[in-house]
Structures are given as C-alpha cells and as structure tokens.
Design a protein around this ligand. Structure first.
Ligand code: NAI
Length: 457
C-alpha cells in the first residue's frame, strides 16, 4: 500500500477531491491518502499558502494529487503552484489532451501527451528594464534541464506504449537556446531506438495542430512554447475544464487539473471532477499502477457514453452522482503487478560538456538617444565591429531607415582580450558620460563562436 499526499485545495477542490477518493476506493486502488494543507484556506489557517508540513509530506511520499487553489489577489502571497514547483524542482509539466466522447469538438481521435519544460526559458523570470524604454527578459536553456525533460518524455513514451516523440522548437531563429534544446533532443533520441523521433518548428506545429492534430503523439517543448501549445491542445479536445496535468520532478510529482478553484460554483455540487480524475489517472500511470489507471479511464468513458454528465457538459448529474456513476462502472483489476515503491525516471548523470573558451570580446549595451551612439572605436585590443539596435545593424554601412529606440548594442572584438580590457572599456564609457546598461562576454571554443553573429561579421 503506497501513501499519496492529497491537497484538496480551495473552492470546488474539496468536492472534486472527494469524488476522486470515492472512485479510487471503489476501484480498490492500493493507495492511502495523507491529507495536507495548501491554498487560500491554508493562508487563513496557518499564515502560509504552502506549509512546510505539506512540502515534507510530498517529499516523503513522492507523489501528490492537488486540487485547485485560489491565488489571493494582492497581499504579497506567492502563488501556491509556483512555490510547489520551484521548491520541489518539478522540471516537467505533463498534460494529456485526449478526445472525450462527452465533449464534442471539431476533432476526433486526438490523444497527445504534451511534455513541457517547467523551470527554465523566459520563466526563470530574469527581467530588467535596461533603459526607460527598453525591457529585456533572458531566455535560459541549460543542457542539464533540457536533458531531464526530454529524457522524461522518452521514458513516458516507452512506458505508455506511445510511438513517436516530437521536439517543438524555434531553433531556426533561436539558434543557441532552442538550438541547444534540439541538440540535446537528438542526443537523447539516439538512446531510444524503439521510439520514432522528429522535430517541428513551433509555428508550423500550431498550424498542424489545428488542421490535423491526430498526427501527433508525444510533444516535448521548452517552457514558453509548452505553455502556449498545451493550452492549444486543451482547446482542441474541449477546453481547460477537462484538461488534466502533472508536474514531475526528480524525486516527486504533483498531479492536478488545469482549471482553477471555480469559486462561482463552489459548494453547490455542480463541479465536474473529470479533469482531476484524469490527472489522477496520469498519477497512477506515473506510479506504475497502469491497470487501475486504465480501469478508471475506461469507467469514465463508459459513464460519458451512457450520457451521464455534469452541468458544464450539458448534463444534469451532480458532482457526487457523476462520481458514483464512474465508480459503478469501474471493473475489478485482478492482474495488477505491484510497482516498485516509487516508479521514477532514472536519470543518469546529465552529459556536461567541457570546452576551453577564449575570450574574444564583449557586447556592450548602451542607452543613447539619437541616431548613432558616440562610443570608442578602439580600446586596447578591443575594436568596435558593429552597432545594432533591436537586432538591426546601424553601423557600419549605410544607416537603415528604421525606428530608433534608446538602446544600442556595441560589439567589440579583439585578440588576447582580458576582462580587464572589458572593465576598462566600461570605465571609459562612464568617463565619456555614456550609460552602459548591460555587458556580455564573447567567447570562442576551438574557433567556433559561442554567441550569435551579427550582420557584417
Ligand atoms: P477557474 O478555472 O476556476 O474557473 C473558470 C470558469 O470555469 C468558471 O466559470 C468555473 O465555474 C468553471 N469551472 C472551472 N472548473 C470547473 C469544473 N471542474 N467544473 C465545472 N466548472 C468549472 O478560473 P478562474 O475563475 O480564473 O480562477 C479562480 C481561482 O482559481 C483563482 O484564484 C485562480 O488564481 C485559481 N487558479 C488555480 C489554479 C490551480 O490551482 N492550479 C489554476 C487556475 C486558476
């Protein structure tokens, strides 16, 4: 018997959690629940949205099912979901987009597993105003972070008998960041010869998803594209109301519906428990209790086929009536093989490459109002090669007829460059009254540039 942490959450959370508990108990799923507090209720009771006891319970049990939690507006409380995701390092967000007979949509036969990187990318939240008129967000993609989520996608594909994993990216534009994600994908894919691997550019992927979604099996994506594409997939199968999800980490996983706490219908028996129930099916698959997962999913589909639905799907069943109907349809699971205590993806140590880097220059970003910033042409070994604004070269060459902003990148390249030369250049800019707002080292490795090229180089 395994123990699973249950966070009932706020609003409709307790009602839909009870529905799942009822179905699990009738199906004889060999788990016991350990209830833990989180959300608005927890703030009122304990002063914190995610009490340490709750985090400890998830860490101890390795698996949690979470009802939706209300995020207080204002008041300075961090989102419960973000706190749980960051504290437990839940690096993969997994959402199943599967056509349900109860939810008529334009598409049939869709069954896509979307695996989204959950920590990095622009979601690292590293943003700055560089000038009063220019904002910057850093897109952070690490080899190790990419490897963890991509390996998870392949492991899931193998475990669930899926045939193909597709990497979704924009490496034609983001050559280094998405390029690294794609490079790692190809490297990991080579280890899984039983699973087909291909890649697609994110814009084409979106177009294909709305024209022929049934062609996709497992998608793996960096965080931002994953956020957008997973909602697109949810829309394809009928919206967020029936969309399940899970957040997977190295040592634990938290499964939850995509929808919120629906305060407008809380406590009235109107909530649809489907999304949390399918999340719990994903959880059982994660735990290796695949027979129970299939039995519950089949019972859900049978219930819909019999026309039993909650009000949001055009039916009249209450939350409890619907849960009873599903529970009555669950077949007895006899051949379940007891899984290992915690079925987790085994992560071999990520490949970390080492390169000897040579410092060859710096990109210095300056605030400047006017057509061309007045900056030194040379400083020690550093020679000014290019000035660009919003990615368009404004020097050398003829000045393009573009809208100018107050933010320019000055690229200096040289030989035998040291950090002292770069700091000297920054001091020189200071003494000239030119405000620099950001600086990046430029490096090469065995003659290969480790930065994006600019026009004219
Ligand atoms: P919501 O998803 O709670 O509700 C949107 C609409 O969908 C409402 O009309 C609601 O009645 C309906 N709805 C949602 N789930 C339903 C279900 N299972 N059965 C029937 N109808 C359902 O989104 P909203 O109103 O924007 O957010 C309410 C609260 O939930 C906010 O505090 C928000 O921050 C929080 N939230 C929490 C999430 C989580 O814990 N994972 C995710 C999204 C929102």
């Amino acid at each position: 018997m395994r123990t699973v942490t249950l966070i009932k959450g706020d609003g409709i959370g307790p009602e839909i959690s009870e529905a799942v508990k009822l179905i699990f108990s009738r199906a004889g799923v060999p788990i016991q629940w350990e209830e833990a507090d989180a959300g608005l209720g927890a703030i009122e009771r304990t002063g914190t949205g995610v009490p340490q006891q709750t985090l400890d319970s998830i860490k101890k049990n390795g698996v949690a099912l979470k009802g939706p939690t209300t995020t207080p507006v204002g008041g300075g409380h961090k989102s419960v979901n973000v706190t749980i995701r960051k504290t437990l390092e839940l690096y993969a967000n997994v959402r199943l987009a599967r056509s349900l007979p109860a939810v008529p949509t334009r598409y049939d036969g869709v069954n896509i597993l979307v695996v989204r990187e959950n920590i990095e990318d622009t979601y690292a939240g590293i943003e700055h105003m560089q000038t009063p008129n220019m904002a910057q967000a850093l897109k952070i993609i690490s080899r190790q972070g990419s490897m963890a989520v991509i390996r998870y996608a392949f492991e899931e594909a193998r475990k669930l008998g899926r045939k193909r994993v597709t990497c979704v990216h924009k490496a034609n534009i983001h050559k280094l960041t998405d390029g690294l994600f794609l490079e790692v994908f190809r490297q990991v894919a080579a280890e899984y010869t039983d699973i087909e691997a291909n890649d697609i550019i994110v814009d084409n992927c979106c177009m294909q998803l709305v024209s022929r979604p049934e062609q996709f099996d497992v998608l793996v994506l960096p965080n931002l594209y994953g956020d957008i594409v997973s909602d697109l997939c949810a829309g394809i199968v009928g919206g967020l109301g029936v969309a399940p999800g899970g957040n997977i980490g190295k040592d634990c996983a938290v499964f939850e519906a995509v929808h919120g706490s629906a305060p407008d219908i809380a406590g009235q028996g109107l909530a649809n428990p489907t999304a949390l129930l399918i999340s719990s099916v994903q959880m059982l698959q994660y735990m290796g209790l695949v027979g129970y997962a299939e039995a519950i999913m089949d019972a859900l589909l049978q219930t819909f086929a019999a026309g039993v639905k909650t009000r949001d799907l055009g039916g009249s069943a209450s939350t409890l009536e619907f849960a009873e109907a599903v529970a009555n349809n669950v077949r007895h699971v006899t051949d379940e093989v007891q899984p290992e205590p915690v079925a987790r993806v085994v992560h071999p140590a990520p490949t970390v490459i080492e390169e000897e880097w040579t410092l060859v220059g710096a990109d210095v970003f300056v605030e400047w109002n006017g057509s061309l910033p007045t900056v030194p042409q040379e400083f020690g070994p550093l020679v000014l090669k290019n000035i660009s604004s919003r990615g368009t070269t404004v020097w050398p060459g003829e000045q393009p007829d573009i809208m100018l902003v107050d933010h320019y990148r000055c690229r200096y390249i040289g030989t035998n460059v040291s950090n002292a030369h770069i700091t000297g250049l920054l001091n020189e800019l200071d003494s000239m009254g030119v405000r620099w707002c950001h600086v990046e080292q430029l490096n090469t490795a065995n003659g290969m540039v480790r930065y994006s090229a600019s026009a004219g180089e």
